[in-house]
Design a protein around this ligand. Structure first.
Ligand code: MF3
Ligand code: CO
Length: 253
């Protein structure tokens, strides 16, 4: 009987596929990030993403997932995650944009997100992005065999709150493999020393989602776009990470 709550351990051959997929994803997302500039629409970025998918002969992870209508999630400023690309959304200097992208390669998923400034961001936005990236770096350091899941969550929360920000509570990181979302859910808050023990061969999509203001979010009428309830800005970074005997292995680095 299958048990959806158990955390899968990937075999070496599965890991090598996920590593290759992770590298392709990284190349695509780096290319998309470099294209971000004032005047571009988020639909332009969706089209660029589709071209890169074709070029690299890989499938989008998000298109059609629970009915999601695009390959890319492009969320601007107060949008937290799951912004749907649109020809009406024009990037302007000073915006921050979250690009969240996933691919399916040889039956395995990988998932990655970055936040980038359009032109130059104001100091507060830059601090928010820096803290959110630091939260991802710090939580990855805890992604080691023998540690517990709560160690990862706690590192995210501590880094974000020490910087004066708040973590998103309604969306989480997740296991990843033959399915985009596998067990466990990995909240952005929690207690160190609690939760399941991490083992070699587990692969996690670690995502840090940090709000400049309060943690509460709401979802727009489109059924997807998540925004901050208070209208303040939010940042998001994500890597697909393998637990090993030694240091964490970032498959999307
Ligand atoms: N990185 C996000 C996640 O893991 C993207 C999912 S968007 C969706 O949840 F459209 F696929 F739902
Ligand atoms: Co994810």
């Amino acid at each position: 009987m299958s048990d959806d709550s158990r955390i899968e351990i990937k075999t070496n051959s599965e890991i090598e596929i996920m590593r290759a997929g992770g590298q392709i994803l990284k190349e695509i997302l780096n290319e998309l990030s470099q294209q971000v500039k004032p005047g571009l629409t988020t639909w332009d970025l969706e089209l660029a993403a589709r071209n890169l998918l074709n070029e690299k002969r890989v499938q989008p992870a998000f298109l059609g997932y629970r009915g999601y209508p695009a390959s890319l999630c492009a969320s601007i400023n107060n949008e937290v995650v799951h912004g749907i690309p649109s020809a009406k959304r024009i990037l302007k200097s000073g915006d921050i944009i979250k690009l969240d992208f996933g691919i399916l390669y040889k039956s395995f998923y990988s998932d990655m997100a970055v936040t980038v400034a359009v032109g130059i961001a104001d100091d507060e936005s830059q601090r928010l992005m820096d803290a959110t990236k630091a939260a991802l770096d710090n939580c990855i350091k805890e992604a080691r065999a023998g540690n517990r899941l709560g160690d990862i969550s706690h590192a995210i929360q501590k880094t974000a709150e020490d910087a004066g920000f708040n973590v998103v509570r309604e969306y989480t990181g997740h296991g990843i493999g033959r399915r985009l979302h596998e067990s466990p859910q990995i909240p952005n808050f929690g207690m160190a020393g609690t939760g399941p023990r991490l083992k070699k061969g587990m692969v996690f999509a670690l995502e840090t989602m940090v709000n400049a203001g309060d943690w509460e979010t709401k979802t727009l009428q489109d059924g997807w776009t998540v925004i901050t309830a208070d209208g303040k800005r939010s940042a998001h970074f994500e890597h697909t990470v393998l637990i090993t005997d030694a240091d964490p292995d970032i498959l999307t680095l």
